[in-house]
Design a protein around this ligand. Structure first.
Ligand code: GLN
Length: 304
């Protein structure tokens, strides 16, 4: 199990990499984040959370929310209902690619690229009243932090510059794979992405992925088999077009977001969250990936 001192060493080792990536600015409200922030937090099998760096500072979780929405959809729909509308394969394309949706007739490759997450948000919208509020309640419960909020500024900024995501949704609609009102579903999806959480919150909230589906509060959120399946999808598609490189260097199921956060899991042992806002060319946190690589080497742990 990692000790506090190890987490501090990991942060110190990687800090010099700040300056070699690029903060996402295609969502204008994200562009103003301080690139010098760096953090790691780990929740271990005994339920303890430790952290180093800015691990109590909230950031925009962005696509990490796609893990929460898929988990939620699994509780609302049968497997067939979900997997007839979205695939389970790595995309090999950027996270917001439009061409693949056209070529594959409106069925997104997996639930972690934008097209797939929009289908999942469409499914949630069809079965839940107040989906934004319900998601907020869920993440507050999973992390034990009742102060978690949406960042309205980020959500509105994304909606204002939503041409690409709206195009993806309309293209899927043209193939009959999108039922709801596009603007309504986009607004829900952007709110999920705009959730502000810190590394400690996220490592706690993702604990169920390391604990056979049981949350820190000892609730069975998904079954042990579903947990294994979620981790398999995270290992193959959680880091977009960088999933192979991430598997090679880090060797854990993981999910990144363009806010610079990455969550990762060692099943049975721990859930981890790192944060550093500058991204690599695939849209994954550059120093964040490196922190996970150092941690996995120091612990001698990987799923492979
Ligand atoms: N990779 C990401 O984190 C992308 C999420 C972002 N909200 C988008 O839709 O573009």
């Amino acid at each position: 199990m990692p000790e506090q001192i190890l987490l501090e060493q990991v942060v110190d080792k990687v800090r010099p990499l700040i300056g070699s990536g690029k903060v996402a600015n295609y969502i204008p409200a994200l562009g103003s984040v301080d690139p010098n922030k760096i953090a790691i937090a780990v929740t271990t099998a005994d339920g303890q959370t430790i952290g180093a760096g800015d691990y109590l500072e909230p950031f925009s979780i962005q696509s990490i929310s796609k893990v929460f929405s898929l988990t939620l959809a699994l509780s609302l729909y049968t497997e067939d209902e979900i997997w007839s509308r979205v695939g389970k394969e790595p995309s090999g394309q950027s996270f917001n690619s439009l061409v693949q949706v056209e070529l594959e007739r409106g069925i997104p490759r997996n639930p972690f690229i934008n097209a797939g997450a929009l289908v999942i948000a469409d499914l949630i919208q069809a079965r839940q009243s107040a989906p934004k509020h319900r998601m907020l309640e869920e993440v507050r419960k999973l992390s034990g932090n009742s102060h978690i909020c949406f960042d309205k500024n980020v959500a509105n900024s994304e909606f204002k510059f939503s041409a690409r995501n709206a195009s993806i949704a309309y293209l899927m609609k043209s193939f009959g794979n999108f039922d709801g009102n596009v603007d309504t579903v986009l607004k829900n999806y952007f709110h999920y992405c705009s959730l502000k959480m810190n590394c400690a919150d996220l490592s706690k909230a993702m604990f169920y992925l390391a604990n056979r589906g049981k949350t820190l509060q000892n609730e069975q959120l998904v079954t042990p088999v579903q947990t294994r399946q979620l981790n398999a999808l995270l290992a193959t598609s959680g880091l977009y077009d960088g999933a192979g490189e991430f598997a090679y260097r880090v060797g854990m199921p993981g999910k990144s977001g363009v806010g610079g956060g990455i969550i990762a899991v060692i099943p049975g042992d721990m859930s981890i969250c790192v944060w550093s806002p500058e991204l690599d060319q695939n849209g994954n946190s550059l120093a964040g990936t490196r922190m996970l690589e150092h941690l996995s080497q120091a612990l001698g742990r990987s799923i492979f």
